[in-house]
Design a protein around this ligand. Structure first.
Ligand SMILES: [Zn+2]
Ligand SMILES: [Zn+2]
Length: 348
């Protein structure tokens, strides 16, 4: 089969590789669509997270084409998406159900160690419906299926923030994760969601999804001031930008007693004065990936229409054009979510 293989910084090539085979507990999925993630760009640009030779791609959907003898609840023909995490199942975090914090969930995960989904087929080890493989109902397209993974990231982060009903929330950075966070905030009853970015295209998408979208061109402090009404406070900030300046602004902006959830990945270390945390009694919460429950919730939000995929999708590229797809995804003014389509045209 054909697969896109990461060979080094800014070097991703379509190569012929062996077809995956399902073991007794596995399924093999024919990938119809796979999104490019922000973390994939860190790999593409800086060589982070994976070694050369890796087939990347972890936001995918497709059809089961092979199911091992011991797999139950999944069969050939099922349309599915899947979590790329492959947790060990035995460590203290796994026993708590916090698979996202298992040390081997990533090192042996799909697209991180095991082959990913920028390929015609992918093998999903130990396939269990509702745990790591999620069926797509007839009312969900494969493209929606490919946006479940980043939506699950947002579900996890918003759940970590606690009860957001009636709150004023600030989302810094409106890439896919920022957009997904604001959708989950709206679905969970946040009174007001303010989204800040520099890209006009991303601001438009955020407005479509129900945020008060604010251009940050005049600087983050001015943007926040302009957005907040008289006496209005920011209860919770979601830092999705990875820009050190915005992380510092989050500390200044959040109300005393408020919460900051950090989802972004940073290329450079950040310096800040922790006294601000103490004096304002700020809760600074990191958030990584999702549990199985978060993943299932993301499927439910999309299938019920409480979250959308279409406003996020700006480009589709054939697998053969994966290098061009990455270049498009790098351009924040031009793209939001770029999809690679290894399979037949997505059913939607
Ligand atoms: Zn991702
Ligand atoms: Zn584990």
């Amino acid at each position: 089969m054909k697969a896109a293989v990461f060979q080094g910084i800014k070097d991703i090539r379509v190569e012929e590789v062996d077809d995956p085979q399902a073991g007794p507990e596995d399924v093999v999925v024919a990938v119809s669509v796979c999104g490019i993630c922000g973390s994939d760009l860190h790999t593409y640009e800086h060589g982070s997270f994976v070694a050369p030779g890796q087939i990347m791609g972890h936001e995918f959907a497709g059809e089961v084409v092979e199911a091992g003898d011991e797999v139950s609840g999944l069969q050939v023909g099922d349309r599915v998406t899947a979590s790329p995490l492959v947790p060990c199942g035995d460590c203290p975090r796994c026993l708590e159900g916090r698979y996202n914090l298992c040390a081997s969930a990533w090192t042996t995960g799909l697209a991180y160690g095991r082959p990913g989904a920028f390929a015609e087929r992918i093998r999903i080890p130990r396939s269990i419906p509702g745990e790591n493989v999620f069926k797509l109902s007839d009312d969900m397209s494969d493209e929606q299926g490919a946006t479940v993974e980043p939506l699950a990231v947002a579900v996890h982060a918003v759940r970590l923030a606690g009860d957001v009903e009636g709150s004023t929330a600030l989302v810094l950075g409106l890439g896919t994760i920022g957009q997904q966070v604001l959708q989950v905030l709206r679905a969970y009853g946040a009174r007001r969601v303010i989204g800040i970015d520099l890209s006009e295209l991303r601001l438009r998408a955020a407005a479509t999804l129900g945020a008060d979208a604010v251009d940050g061109a005049a600087g983050i402090d001015a943007a926040v001031d302009a957005a907040l009404g008289e006496g209005e406070e920011v209860d919770v900030v979601f830092e999705c930008s990875g820009v050190p300046e915005l992380a510092r602004a989050a500390l200044d902006t959040v109300k005393a007693g408020g919460t900051i959830v950090v989802l972004a990945l940073y290329d450079d270390p950040l310096t800040f004065n922790p006294t601000a945390l103490v004096q304002k009694e700020i809760r600074l919460q990191g958030s990584i990936a999702y549990t199985s429950d978060d993943f299932g919730e993301a499927v439910a939000l999309l299938s019920s229409g409480r979250a959308q995929a279409d406003p996020l999708i700006t480009h589709r590229h054939a697998l053969d054009d994966v290098a061009e797809a990455f270049e498009t995804q790098m351009s924040k003014d031009r793209s939001l979510k770029v999809l690679v389509t290894p399979g037949a045209p997505p059913s939607s």
